[in-house]
Design a protein around this ligand. Structure first.
Ligand SMILES: Nc1ncnc2c1ncn2[C@@H]1O[C@H](COP(=O)(O)OP(=O)(O)OP(=O)(O)O)[C@@H](O)[C@H]1O
Ligand SMILES: [Mg+2]
Length: 460
């Protein structure tokens, strides 16, 4: 069966370069061209682009920004970045951000043709993997799993109700409860799911770059602003902007953000004209914003503007009845991903997992299951496979007269001591020296925390 002719989009501001690249590829591909990322992006969907060949250095939206947007919104498109001169640092960054390859524009035309051919093959392979994953119930890790808990049912009911509206949603919840996943779900169910979903983690950007990342900047507006840059607010135009860790936003930017939301306009740093942009805003935070407002670190007016539709994701320990479904789901996911034959988890082990307090919530559960599936070599995960802390929790449950904090501290101390003992081959004298405590102290603690008995029980 003859393969469909693939479509290649060439983005380059330089007319000659664009023409030359197109000439090279025209024989084997349907080639479309754009002089800028801004004019190229709308073609991605409309023209069904398979492979993107884009210049690193561009005015406006830079090459790396373009790369990130395409990666986020068109996961099946393969990207080859080009540059006029060799640029090792740029190449490394591009590849890290998910580009397929990096070439200088004066490379042999055959090299480029070969690269595009391989990129196309990789795309086919990727599509194939996704089809298989889909069949195995794994849609690339983005589906939102729910169990029987009412806490989450309420959340999803709200989400289904408001997804199609353009109203701002504020997602609250501890770390690892699925805030980002929920934001993506909201976007997928929005009136315009094909529009861009632009995610910004405010806490992950260096302080001095937050403003220009969000609002963009004009060339030369500050030292280091060598090129004009489009901000995330502009990029999200027509789509969804997800502002993660909103509680970390500095107060001057809080004011700018408020203005941007209220007026639907932003101004680039060093820019003189307002730029219109309209997007659905989803904000998330794992701190208590109300508290931050009281403390004076978060603007009250912004808080009210964000808090239009608050959605609180409950911690896993408060919806522990969902744990079996989630555990099963992750076992299937990682079994398929690692080509293992792990089928499930023993009921008694699920019970042990349910007694744990899961400070890292679903992320912690997912990481645990990933590790377990990777190492076990039998069909069902059993109690012995579970790490030490879960056995400790079981032991602590017996002593119901102690507070949760005491039990948590006991667990931590016990884990810590056992790891130290293991490291020192259970030689108590050596371990005491390693920990920098008198031998008598260590012995006392081991006695009090029932470490020997527990270790014996687990090791059997
Ligand atoms: N309902 C769910 N179904 C499937 N996977 C989930 C669910 N909730 C969370 N996860 C998984 O748990 C991990 C953490 O989720 P996510 O990044 O959305 O949490 P978060 O609340 O944004 O965390 P943080 O506050 O640390 O940024 C991800 O790998 C995600 O896929
Ligand atoms: Mg997050």
């Amino acid at each position: 069966m003859a393969a469909r002719r693939k479509t290649v989009l060439v983005i380059d501001a330089n007319d000659d370069a664009r023409e030359r690249l197109s000439q090279t590829l025209r024989r084997d591909y349907r080639v479309i061209r754009a002089a800028s990322a801004e004019s190229g992006l709308p073609l991605m969907d409309k023209e069904g682009v398979d492979v993107l060949v884009a210049d690193m250095k561009q005015a406006g939206l830079g090459g790396l920004d373009l790369l990130q947007i395409v990666r986020e919104n068109f996961p099946l498109v393969e990207i080859i970045m080009t540059s006029a001169a060799p640029d090792v640092e740029g190449a490394v960054r591009a590849i890290k951000l998910g580009a397929y390859h990096f070439v200088t524009k004066d490379s042999d035309p055959d090299v480029l043709r070969e690269l595009v051919r391989h990129a196309g093959e990789r795309q086919d392979l990727h599509r194939h993997v996704l089809t298989l994953q889909d069949a195995a119930g794994d849609a690339g890790g983005r589906e939102f799993i729910t169990g029987p808990s009412t806490g989450l049912k309420d959340v999803l009911e709200t989400v289904h109700k408001v997804a199609k509206l353009s109203a701002t949603v504020l997602i609250l919840g501890e770390s690892g409860t699925g805030k980002e996943l929920l934001a993506r779900l909201l976007h997928r169910e929005s009136a315009n799911p094909d529009a861009p979903f632009i995610a910004v983690n405010v806490a992950a950007i260096p302080r001095e770059l937050v403003e220009s990342t969000l609002f963009g900047h004009e060339k030369g507006s500050f030292t280091g602003a060598l090129q004009q840059r489009i901000g995330k607010f502009e990029l999200a135009n027509g789509g969804t902007l997800f502002l993660d860790e909103i509680g970390d936003l500095k107060s001057d930017l809080q004011a700018k953000l408020l203005r941007a939301i209220q007026e639907g306009e932003v101004e680039r740093v060093g820019g003189s004209r307002p730029i219109r942009t309209q997007f659905r805003l989803i904000a998330a935070t794992n701190i208590e914003l109300e508290r931050a407002v009281k403390d004076g670190t978060f603007r009250e007016d912004l808080y009210y503007r964000l808090n239009v539709i608050p959605v609180r994701l409950p911690p896993l320990r408060e919806r522990i009845e969902d744990l079996p479904v989630l555990a099963d789901f992750f076992i299937k996911r990682y079994s398929a991903r690692f080509h293992k034959d792990v089928r499930g988890i023993a009921e008694s082990s699920v019970k042990m997992l349910s007694h744990y307090w899961w400070p890292g919530n679903i992320r912690e559960l997912e990481n645990l299951i990933e590790r377990l599936v990777a190492v076990v070599d039998h069909e069902y995960i059993t109690d012995e496979d579970l790490p030490f802390e879960f056995h400790v929790v079981e032991l602590d449950r017996a002593k119901s007269d102690t507070s949760l904090l005491d039990r948590a501290m006991g667990t931590f101390e016990r884990n810590f001591l056992v790891r130290a003992l293991e490291r020192n081959a259970w030689n108590v004298t050596q371990t005491a020296r390693y920990l920098g405590v008198p031998l008598s102290t260590l012995k006392f603690k081991m006695e009090r925390l029932e470490i020997r008995e527990l270790a014996k029980k687990i090791k059997k």
